[in-house]
Design a protein around this ligand. Structure first.
Ligand code: NAD
Length: 484
């Protein structure tokens, strides 16, 4: 094993858990790289006690001082970017440049968190002579962040800097499939000067998530993962009267018109469907081809052929994921889809035990087919043919997901029509992966997100704080009126 067995991180120390463990396999070559503890309610309880104990001191630290710690944390992310990226690559299987891009996004969200003292300043207004009203933001208390396997560094960092700068304390429950980055984040936060107990990591799976939903000491939960578990966490957490924001899965449609720029569209769609081996909630999963777009599809296949497993295409997370993805392709072929590019049975020389799937493009997929409706989460694109834009919108609107949708066209009118009518939280015009940059917030619609607000950017400030409204009269001579 390359790394020693992992421990939970509670009150500034790595502590033994004493429970069962799970092997962590590197998707790159199938080797066991470490063991992760499968913790229980007791571990969550200890983390909550630590987070509650430090909460009064941390929340009373001026916000500008809290932000200073995150300036240092941002510097440490930058200083250690290569090492952090290697860790992401090893545990998740994506390429080094994709891993580096994810840490760069962590740096960007941390930069945003450093600006929160300016953005989240309260409001004040003289509402009648000598009487003023003011609004101040207060942290919620102990928040828990539950994260998925596909971005081991970035998704935890979607919530850590913002929630903590705003004065909350936190328990992170990373995916048990990629738990190594979380412990390294804990070390860097400590090095940046974060007081012990403000940030804690409890490793594990279902039992820890259920403990987080049930524990009376936890005030709010953010969850990022599949829709099935997002629903469970949302229902269980809110039934215990917690504030919950749960981001789920996706099925993103790219609507391509015949007038689209051929080179740009082909390379953007190919990059969107294969980036992070298709394991992104923003990945292109279905391309809706409107009218005669064969010239673009031919070019798209050429672009996708340049994406080589083990070189510029990473591995998928597990053997089971590889099998699941390949089964989707086989079933779609049986149902009548035409395989333009086949990534099944892919082997990488020297990495024969790695979990690789090559880029796959399926044409003539029909809306009722499973591959058109479900999240595949692999480097697979289903092409659906339509006659006109309204049919394309109908297909997009028919999905129960609603994370992202994009249109490729040179017509402003068509782009505008799709911007207005697509049922998704994040829209792209000639963009394959329309992730908003800070300070714009990240979050989908429909069954891609449960709860109010978004998880990053300005919208996250609302989620991680509650408002106190104070009405003040210092001057006894102030006129008495109906609202005095
Ligand atoms: P997942 O739902 O399997 O796991 C997410 C978290 O839930 C993990 O921490 C896991 O330990 C926990 N979990 C798993 N099964 C559980 C259960 N039965 N009960 C309680 N907790 C459980 O998701 P994943 O496979 O790690 O990640 C991939 C999914 O995440 C995809 O659906 C992807 O679209 C989604 N995702 C969404 C976004 C977004 O912003 N909407 C971002 C990244 C990933």
């Amino acid at each position: 094993m390359k790394y020693p067995s992992l421990k939970n991180y509670i009150e500034g120390k790595f502590v033994e858990n004493g429970n069962d463990t799970l092997e962590i396999l590197s998707p790159l070559d199938g080797s066991i790289i470490s063991l992760v503890p499968l913790s229980n309610y007791d571990a969550v309880d200890k983390a909550v006690s630590a987070a509650k104990k430090i909460f009064p001191a941390w929340s009373n630290t001026p916000i500008k001082e809290r932000a200073q710690i995150f300036y240092r944390y941002k510097y440490l992310l930058e200083k250690n970017i290569d090492e952090l990226s290697e860790l992401v690559q090893e545990e998740n299987g994506k390429t080094f440049s994709e891993s580096r891009a994810e840490v760069e996004k962590s740096i960007e969200v941390t930069e945003f968190a450093c600006s929160i003292p300016q953005i989240a300043a309260g409001e004040i207004l003289e509402v009648s002579k000598g009487v003023e009203c003011r609004i101040d933001r207060h942290p919620l208390g102990v928040v828990a962040s539950i994260t998925p396997f596909n971005f081991p560094n970035m998704v935890p960092n979607w919530t850590i800097p913002n929630a903590l700068v705003l004065g909350n304390t936190m328990i992170l429950k990373p995916s048990e499939q990629v738990p190594l980055s979380a412990n390294r984040i804990a070390e860097l936060l400590k090095e940046a000067g974060l007081p012990d107990g403000v940030f804690n990591v409890v490793h594990g799976a279902k039992e820890v998530v259920e403990a987080i939903c049930d524990h009376p000491g936890i005030d709010a939960i953010t969850f990022v993962g599949s829709t099935k578990i997002a629903k469970t966490v949302y229902v269980r957490g809110t039934s215990k009267l917690k504030r919950v924001l749960a981001l789920g899965g996706a099925k993103n449609h790219l609507i391509v018109l015949p007038d689209a720029n051929v080179g740009m569209t082909a390379s953007n769609v190919a990059a969107s469907m294969t980036g992070c081996a298709g394991q992104r909630c923003m990945a292109a999963s279905a391309m809706v081809a409107v009218g005669p777009v064969d010239h673009i599809i031919v070019q798209l296949v050429e672009e996708a052929k340049k994406i080589i497993p083990g070189k510029n295409l990473g591995a998928v997370i597990s053997r089971q994921a590889k099998e699941r993805i390949e089964n989707y392709i086989t079933e779609a072929e049986k149902d009548g889809a035409k395989v333009l590019l086949d990534g099944r049975n892919c082997k990488v020389n020297g990495k024969e035990n790695g979990f690789y799937v090559g880029p796959t493009i399926l044409d003539y997929v029909r809306p009722e087919m499973k591959i058109a409706k479900e999240e595949v989460f692999g480097p697979v694109l289903a092409i659906l043919r339509t006659e006109n834009v309204d049919e394309a919108i109908k297909i997009q609107n028919g999905s129960h997901y609603g994370n992202a949708a994009s249109v490729f066209t040179q017509s402003g009118g068509v782009a505008r029509y799709i911007m207005e009518n697509a049922s998704a939280g994040m829209i792209g015009v000639n963009i394959g992966v329309p992730v908003p940059r800070e300070p714009f917030s990240f979050g989908g619609w429909n069954e891609s997100k449960f709860g109010v607000g978004d998880i990053t950017g300005k919208s996250s400030i609302e989620f991680f704080t509650k408002l106190k409204k104070t009405t003040i009269k210092w001057n006894p001579e102030s006129r008495i009126n109906w609202m005095s």
